[in-house]
Design a binder for this molecule. Structure first.
Ligand SMILES: Cc1cc2nc3c(=O)[nH]c(=O)nc-3n(C[C@H](O)[C@H](O)[C@H](O)COP(=O)(O)OP(=O)(O)OC[C@H]3O[C@@H](n4cnc5c(N)ncnc54)[C@H](O)[C@@H]3O)c2cc1C
Length: 479
């Protein structure tokens, strides 16, 4: 059976369930809802955008969509980088952005319960005001927590604290047929059957719609210090990282960056970076209960860097100085984007001791293909962001080079025992690479799970493992 194209009656029903001013059709649909941050992966117009206000509304929408075979694409802030929240088979874009209340702080159990549309930047502020920290630190602070959970977002502090999944204790989820379930709980341990909560995390809106999230918090570290470490070359810089990891000193973050990307960030922000006399930099952060404790750790790491060839070690211990460095780090993607006509990106993760080899490989591809490639990323957890820049290449040449370089990049990551995506997810743009890298049996298992949760294939069809109703191919409408 085909997916249904929405009729006037369907729209009236959604206007009754929600309120008319939260249902958008035709020209009322903002162009933003047709794509995510990677416009390059296509624009797709939904039949309607519906902004839900609570779990009951989401449940009623899903029940109706299930009965009428209407595709539903959940959406947070649309900051994703793999086309995850775009409605490639039309239907409804279900925006969770209006469900943005912080519901409860439980300071005895150190948890916070929120709706999925809470923005990361708002959560950070509220949590910090109570002397606590939500450790995951994805770069894009305007993303929603629902989006973070559904992509299992990583971020700068993953080296020490892990990723979003490590902080999700419980979820309220609306299933494809409208049924509401609670997964997980506020206990610190749980060995009670399969962890459906962990299956839901990172499922990119293909298994359910998250409407409530309980997150684990930790006490806020009293001291935070960053080191900016210049090196003569990117290779020297990356080669220093295994020594830091071997020393067991556990920085909160280890990022690497090249001079060209820093220059692009300066131009983008209109602000000067503290130093750009060297070709490459490591940016490290340390946190702890006291300044003395942090100093002890970072002095060891500073020595390791100097022995590995660092030109100097700059200590950044005031909020202002940290902001000038981390502020630049936070806009690398936008800065690269604004420096060129179009980009393609890859977000592979490799074992940490293979980062240097991978970066060398990327540099060789840049020379071989004569295309500008910018790389930065989380050297401490092996997650690299590689951006191919179109500049003034003719469209056909760009497409050919891109597809060939991407295949090389993913093949190399797999050869090094890496994974297709470290933190951005699969969406619809990375499906072929996932299929190739994990093989048939894991893909079949994932397809089985999808069919169990979503037998009518209405939830975010065509994403992650790519399944959708075969009979509706004509609905594909890229603009
Ligand atoms: C400048 C920049 C920096 C970034 N840095 C990082 C980084 O450091 N680490 C990182 O991991 N990512 C990063 N990202 C990617 C992006 O911010 C994350 O993927 C983020 O988690 C997406 O959140 P969102 O609210 O924008 O979700 P969207 O893009 O709207 O959606 C993402 C996916 O989640 C699903 N979804 C959203 N909400 C729900 C819900 N309530 N229920 C069910 N499914 C839902 C969507 O269907 C989609 O599949 C960055 C992006 C940009 C532009």
């Amino acid at each position: 059976m085909q997916y249904k194209k929405l009729t006037k009656d369907d729209i009236s029903y959604f206007k009754d369930i929600c309120s008319p001013e939260r249902v958008y059709t035709g020209d009322q649909i903002n162009e933003d809802f047709t794509h995510d941050e990677m416009v390059e992966y296509g624009k797709y117009i939904p039949d309607a955008v519906v902004e839900a206000a609570d779990t009951d509304e989401v449940s009623a929408i899903m029940k109706y969509a299930y009965e009428h075979n209407i595709p539903v694409t959940p959406r947070g802030s649309g900051t994703g980088l793999c086309g995850g929240c775009v409605p490639i088979y039309g239907g409804i874009v279900l925006s969770l952005i209006k469900m943005n209340r912080i519901l409860e702080f439980d300071e005895e159990n150190l948890t916070v319960t929120i709706e999925p549309g809470v923005l990361l930047m708002d959560l950070i502020k509220e949590v910090s005001a109570r002397g606590m920290l939500y450790p995951p630190d994805p770069g894009e602070k305007s993303a929603t927590l629902g989006g973070n959970v559904m992509t299992n977002a990583g971020g700068m502090r993953a080296v020490k604290y892990g990723v979003t999944r490590d902080y999700v204790m419980a979820l309220k989820v609306v299933l494809s047929n409208g049924e509401v379930v609670r997964l997980g709980g506020n206990t610190t341990k749980n060995s009670s059957g399969y962890s459906l909560k962990d299956l839901m995390i990172g499922s990119e809106g293909t298994l359910g719609v998250v409407t409530e999230i309980m997150l684990k918090l930790i006490p806020e570290p009293r001291a935070v210090i960053s080191l900016l470490v210049p090196f003569h070359s990117l290779e020297e810089c990356i080669d220093a990282v295994p020594g830091i990891i071997r020393s067991k000193s556990v920085p909160t973050a280890i990022e690497f960056m090249q001079k060209e990307v820093i220059e692009a960030a300066e131009e983008y922000l209109g602000k000067k970076f503290p130093d750009k006399s060297s070709d490459a930099y490591l940016l490290l952060t340390f946190d702890g209960a006291s300044r003395e404790e942090v100093e002890r750790i970072y002095e060891d790491v500073a020595d390791i860097c100097l022995k590995a060839g660092a030109v100097d070690v700059f200590i950044s211990d005031t909020e202002e100085r940290q902001e000038s460095i981390w502020g630049a780090r936070g806009v690398f993607l936008e800065a690269i984007k604004s420096s060129t006509t179009s980009i393609d990106e890859c977000d592979v993760v490799v074992p940490r001791n293979k980062v240097a080899e991978y970066v060398r490989y990327v540099n060789a591809l840049e020379k071989q293909y004569g295309i500008r490639i910018r790389t930065f990323g989380h050297a401490g957890d092996g997650n690299l962001h590689v951006y191919l820049c179109k500049d003034d290449l003719e469209e056909g040449v760009w497409k050919n080079k891109c597809s060939s370089i991407m295949e090389n990049l993913y093949d190399k990551a797999i050869a090094l025992n890496g994974q297709v995506s470290g933190e951005h997810g699969i969406g619809h743009a990375k499906i072929p690479y996932l299929e190739e890298s994990i093989g048939n049996t894991p893909i079949s298992l994932m397809q089985g799970i999808k069919q169990l949760f979503d037998p009518k294939l209405i939830l975010n069809p065509g994403k992650v493992i790519g399944i959708y109703r075969k009979s509706c191919s004509s609905h594909f409408r890229e603009i």
